[in-house]
Each structure stands twice: as C-alpha cells, then as structure tokens.
Design a protein around this ligand. Structure first.
Ligand code: RNT
Ligand code: ZN
Length: 417
C-alpha cells in the first residue's frame, strides 16, 4: 500500500515537473550518477588506527561522547556499510592516512606506504566502492602549530615526506580501482596570537607544496583545502582560501571548498562560478558551520542548497567531487552519516529539478519578477516525491524509515561495544 502511494505521488510529481519541461526520469538518472565521497572519520570521531595514536589536534575537535564509536577497522567498516545501506546510490569512501591497516605496528607518518592500505583496496573492491585519500598532518607529536610551513627544516621535511608518500598511496589506490583517487591536502598551520612572519610561512608552504607535487602521479589527483581558522589557531591561517585559490589556479590543482571554512556571512556557493573560471575542478567538503565549529552534520539549509544549485547552474556537474566532512560525537554516528548524505543528495536533486533554462531565458530577457516568481515556486514543488521514488528504486528506506533501522543497529551492535 505504502509503496503504491509513493509511486502514485511520484507519477503526479512527474507530471507537475513536466509542465516546466523537467523530465524527472532524466533527473533520476543524473542523481544515480551522483556519487558522494563519504568521509571515514565520522564513524570514530577522527581517531584513526595508529598504534601510537595520540589525541585529536590540529585545530579540529569532535565533541560529545555518544556510546559505541567504532574502535577498530572492522567496526568502522561495518558501520560504514550500515550507513551506506541506508543511503540511495553508490558512493565513494574518503580515507585519511591514519586509517591505515597498521595491524598493531608502529608506523610513523614518514614511513607509511601502500601496503598498509591493501586490505582497504580489497574491501573497497568487494563492496563496490571507490576510494579517495587524505594526508594527515594533525594528531602527531610533530604537528605543533606549523607543519609544511614550519621554519624548522627537520619538521618541514618530515611532513613533506609524509605527504609525498600519501600521494604514492593515492596513486596506488587509483591504479587498483582503475579510477583516479583524489587526495586532499589540508594542513592546520596557523598562529594562536599576533604574529609577524606571515609572508615567511606562506612562502614555506608554497615551496613545500611545489616539492610535494613535483612527481607526476597519473592515477591520483591533488585537491588543496584552505580554512578561515582552527581552534587554538584563531589569529592567522597559513593556508587561507586566497592562498590555495591562487595556488590551484596557477598549478592546475583541484580546489577544495569546505562549507564550514569561511566567515559567517561569506557564501561558499558564490565561489563556484568564480573559481571554476580558473581552476580545473572542485572538491567539496560538505559540512555545516555553527558558531566556532565547522563540522556539524550537513542538513538541507539555504547555504547547502545554494551550493548545489550553483554547481548545476554552472553546468559543472562533471567538474565537482562531492566529499562530506562533518564529525559529531554527540549523536548516533550512523545517523549522522545518513542524515548528512541524504541531505546533500536532496539538495542536488532540488538543484537538478530547477527549470533553469526557462529561468535563465527570462533573466536575460529582463523579466525580473518572473525569475523571482519561478525561483519561489520551486521551493514548494513536490521534489520529495521524486526523492522517495529514488529511495524505493534503490531499495533503501523511504523517508524517516531509516530511523528504525539505525535503532535496531544501535541495540544489536553499537550498544554492545
Ligand atoms: C579541517 C578540514 C579537514 C578535516 C579532515 C579531517 O578543518 O576540514 O578537511 O576536517 O581532513
Ligand atoms: Zn574539510
């Protein structure tokens, strides 16, 4: 009965959208081809599996102590598969270097190699998942306030070596999966208080990056991520948005836009059409800033909707990679994955359902009020019926039904940890 209602609602929505010349079947195909890169670090509050692991540092923090976080690689893989089973479509997994399969061995960051990611490569293959990658400069005794921009050559070289090795790993992953692995580079480097060596730090970061990127790596792509500030590094950030935008434009690198990394009234969405004139591709870290935190679970808020709409309006679907980046330790972590992923997907769906050709035509013809009228009307169009149909076709729970599944998993698995 319920299934029948969903199909019926979809049939009505389909007709309604067709009045605007939107073919919902075509949109559903596009949504099927929309792959998120799910971050592995929501499952364990960015802890990772280093045998020698210390506390989370580098200006990021995961707060809350909801019981049952993944404690080892098996639990993490299981949790991610559970989350994936509740998200329609096929999605990638984004690994940080500290999530290697170290098997109890102490492997320092300048010693890591692809062998520690072999079981991940196999797991990914078995589970029809492509992998992306990140170097990890935080949570390490040598992290301090400065890593790749550290005036101490010994420390700088340590992180350069780490990052070069991470590129080798990403390339090996890319080769194994027959699809380029994107390696994101974010370093926390900054100053807590007033400082005068900004030019020096930025020159050092630029030189470190030049050295790191010197090697050609055909099966991986580099993305670089700036930030407005880190916790404990409030006064200055070496890798600011301007720094990486300029670097990416000059060196043909993918620019990462983390939606939590800008000033409160600055619009990440507005950057899409600006930077895509100069950088080849974008990587998103879809997140949600709240006060000082840049990593709350993604929801369907206006900034997220605007971001996806801008990508579709720029006709840039093929030039954007869709990473997620939030970590909330205060709620059920699988729930966090599912809510964040489905919300990002719904924003993309709404963006795809917009009659943009018609709105664009009206705008260019100077028919201002009609543009506004159509944009306003879109907000109440029955997109939800299309999303429900999408869930049904992908054999995942429709609407809030996923809550029940997470609750069961909480009782039978998570609460036993
Ligand atoms: C930190 C950056 C970065 C991290 C992850 C864990 O502010 O957003 O992307 O969240 O690498
Ligand atoms: Zn990020």
């Amino acid at each position: 009965m319920r299934q029948q209602n969903i199909h019926q609602a979809y049939a009505i929505a389909k007709e309604r959208f067709a009045e605007n010349d939107i073919d919902t079947e075509h949109v559903l195909d596009k949504l099927q081809d929309f792959h998120l890169s799910m971050h592995c670090w929501q499952a364990d509050d960015v802890t990772g599996f280093e045998t020698q692991a210390g506390a989370l540092s580098g200006g990021i923090q995961s707060t809350g102590d909801h019981p049952g976080k993944a404690r080892d690689i098996d639990e993490l893989r299981m949790d991610i598969l559970k989350a994936k089973s509740l998200i329609p479509g096929t999605h990638r997994l984004n690994l940080h270097e500290i999530y290697g399969d170290f098997q109890g061995k102490v492997v320092d960051r300048d010693e890591v190699d692809a062998s520690y990611f072999q079981t991940w490569i196999e797991w990914a293959k078995e589970n029809d998942t492509k992998l992306d990658f990140n170097s990890t400069s935080f949570s390490h005794p040598k992290s301090g306030n400065l890593s790749l921009s550290n005036p101490d050559k010994g420390i700088r070289d340590f992180w350069i070596e780490h990052t070069k090795r991470c590129r080798d790993i990403a390339n090996a992953i890319g080769e194994a999966q027959g699809d380029a692995c994107i390696m994101n580079l974010w370093v926390h480097d900054g100053c807590k208080d007033a400082s005068v060596n900004h030019y020096l730090y930025r020159r050092l970061l630029k030189e470190s990056l030049d050295e790191i990127f010197a090697k050609q790596q055909p099966m991986m792509k580099d993305s670089i991520e700036g930030k407005v500030f880190g916790i404990g590094l409030e006064s200055f950030t070496v890798g600011s948005h301007d720094f990486y935008t300029a670097y990416a434009a000059r060196n043909n690198k993918i620019l990462t836009i983390d939606t939590g990394h800008y000033h409160p009234t600055e619009s990440p969405a507005d950057k899409v059409s600006a930077v895509l004139q100069f950088v080849p591709e974008l990587m998103l870290h879809v997140s949600r800033p709240v006060r000082w935190d840049s990593d709350h679970v993604t929801i369907m808020d206006d900034p997220t909707q605007e971001l996806f709409s801008e990508i579709v309006r720029a006709d840039a679907l093929e030039r954007v990679h869709y990473g997620l980046d939030f970590f909330d330790g205060s709620i059920n972590r699988i729930g966090a994955y599912v809510i964040g992923s489905r919300s990002a997907q719904k924003c993309m769906l709404r963006a795809l359902l917009e009659p943009r050709q018609e709105i664009s035509r009206l705008e260019i013809a100077g028919e201002g009020y009609k543009v506004l009228a159509l944009l306003e009307e879109q907000k109440a169009m029955p997109w939800q019926a299309v999303y429900d149909e999408f869930c049904l076709r992908n054999d995942v729970p429709v609407g809030q039904d996923f809550i029940h599944e997470i609750e069961q998993y909480e009782t039978t698995v998570i609460s036993k940890r």
